[in-house]
Design a protein around this ligand. Structure first.
Ligand code: PLP
Length: 237
């Protein structure tokens, strides 16, 4: 598929890849150590297929069943080799369905969700990677998801002990309206602590359109970027 929209996506990708390379250069890191997850929420499967043609393999979505429908549509269209990252809040009763197509769930924040994801993964005969979502907000902040830093080990241990799941690391969203650098530094500390008990849990998912440079500087291994590649979402998803 090559059309005006493909050109637009290619331009967005080139801009973001250049930003990642520049951020890696200033941090003394290798670009190959940073995985770009392109967050396609609210955009159609046709855009995912265009991105796949442009060499993107890691796709992020934040809602079920939108994600399931797109994963199916892409598989039907021959793009069956994509890795689907689920980055949004997961309701416990949707967890088994999400485990049937997501390779990695970035938003694991409670033990009940761990159990439900594990059941779904076993039922689907798959292994699902899990990141513990860490809240970097002050304890008083309401309504943002993630587990407080001192609760990470409990959720991580639950993942590590659940059949069908694999503990891959941590994820966070920088607090709204604050300097992301200290928040990402905090996340790096939490990630290092987690690796002490779980050496294989080496993923740090942090950084979006607005703060990917700070995330790379703080050691993020996975960036989740939507708007800078696909355009502003009409209504935020
Ligand atoms: C939407 C979303 C992103 C991408 O954000 P952009 O600002 O579009 O880059 C990243 N992470 C999560 C959890 C999201 O929901």
């Amino acid at each position: 598929m090559t059309d005006a929209r493909t050109d637009e996506l290619a331009a967005g990708l080139a801009t973001v890849r250049a930003r990642v390379e520049a951020a890696c250069a200033s941090a003394g890191r290798a670009p190959r150590d940073v995985t770009l997850v392109v967050v396609t929420k609210t955009y159609p499967a046709s855009d995912v297929l265009r991105l796949a043609d442009l060499g993107v393999r890691d796709i992020g979505e934040n809602r079920h069943p939108e994600a399931a429908e797109k994963a199916q549509a892409c598989a039907d269209a021959g793009a069956g080799d994509l890795t689907w990252h689920f980055v949004g809040a997961v309701q416990t009763n949707k967890a088994a369905a999400v485990a049937a197509y997501a390779s990695c769930v970035h938003s694991v924040d409670r033990v009940r969700l761990v159990r439900a994801l594990g059941k779904g993964a076993v039922r689907a005969g798959r292994e699902v990677g899990c990141l513990v979502q860490v809240s970097l907000d002050p304890p008083s902040a309401a309504g943002r998801s993630g587990v407080a830093p001192d609760g990470v080990e409990e959720v991580a241990a639950a993942v590590a002990g659940t059949e069908g799941l694999r503990l891959r690391g941590v994820m966070a969203i920088a607090p709204l309206g604050a300097d992301p650098a200290p928040a990402f530094a905090r996340l790096a500390d939490v990630a290092a602590g987690l690796r002490g008990d779980h050496p294989g849990a080496d993923v740090v998912s942090a950084g979006m359109t607005g703060d990917l440079e700070q995330a790379v500087a703080a050691g993020a291994t996975h960036l989740r970027v939507g708007r800078a590649i696909l355009g502003e979402r009409p209504s935020d998803g």
